[in-house]
Design a protein around this ligand. Sequence first.
Ligand code: SF4
Length: 320
Amino acid sequence: MMIQTNQEIQEIQKLILNLKKEKDVTILAHYYQTLEIQEIADFVGDSLELSKIARDHTNTKNIIFAGVLFMAETASILNPVKRVLMPDKQAGCPLASFLNGDTLKIYKDKYPGVPVVVYVNSTAETKAEADVVCTSSNAIKVIQGIQKEYNSKKVLFGPDKNLADHVRLNTNIEIINLPDVGFCYVHNDINKSDAIRAKNDYPNAAVAVHPECKREVRKLADFIGSTKGMYDYVKENPSIVNEFIIGTEIGFVQRLQKDFPNNKIYPMTENFICKDMKRTNLKKILNLLNNLDNDNNIVNVPNSISVKARISLEKMLKYS
Ligand code: SF4
């Protein structure tokens, strides 16, 4: 990877800011993007926030999504009249690849009448086969809501086994993993020993982790929540010494360090890096803006899938 100087970064940022105005573009960036990308975005957020923004607050003809494919697909499904583009369409989410529409149909046949909830980190095709979508912010609320609506003791949920376990521990609902094993390699790779090491290094710090972490890590946390949840936790509940250990992707840790300079914010480990999120960079965004008429970077979801997936997504937005 080519290292750029601060001056080079600022020059590219300036070009991007001018071009996005000129070409009627909104840039949405996930918290796991690099800070230099977050700085040129119109909106930065987690999956749920960006889904809502894509639906309600984008007035431009074009949306550039700095994130991974399922996020851009979601923006496109919720905004069928907009052009949604990605700077690098190869940026996927390995967690989403654990579950496809055909596997989901097999589970539906095996468990007739059991409602199906899929995590937003899933393909458009998978969302289209589900009854409702959820994010890490609203998983408990959505699963409780659908269970009540279907009057079912069980709920099928996938593809993240750790988020499923988190919901299971916080409700009385029987959650069936869909498929048996699915996980985010970034969060699942973090072990109890990483959490203990960080706690020993910073004994006064409060620990906040993402629910995609394993149970052994979640058990050692003071707070478990989505990135938005962790952001609010740092904002509203500073520990006595204002120190926090954050158990999620490094881009989000850098964002917290920037927004809360009076607090000490530590990553649980330096290895918390999503290589897929990091495929996007400023040069690719600039290149896309310079070639906006080229359709290669458009994210298209076929209408037959989009219509069904929108119903599952709109249902989530209603519950959350
Ligand atoms: S951090 Fe995990 S869940 Fe998020 S995009 Fe990367 S691989 Fe997917």
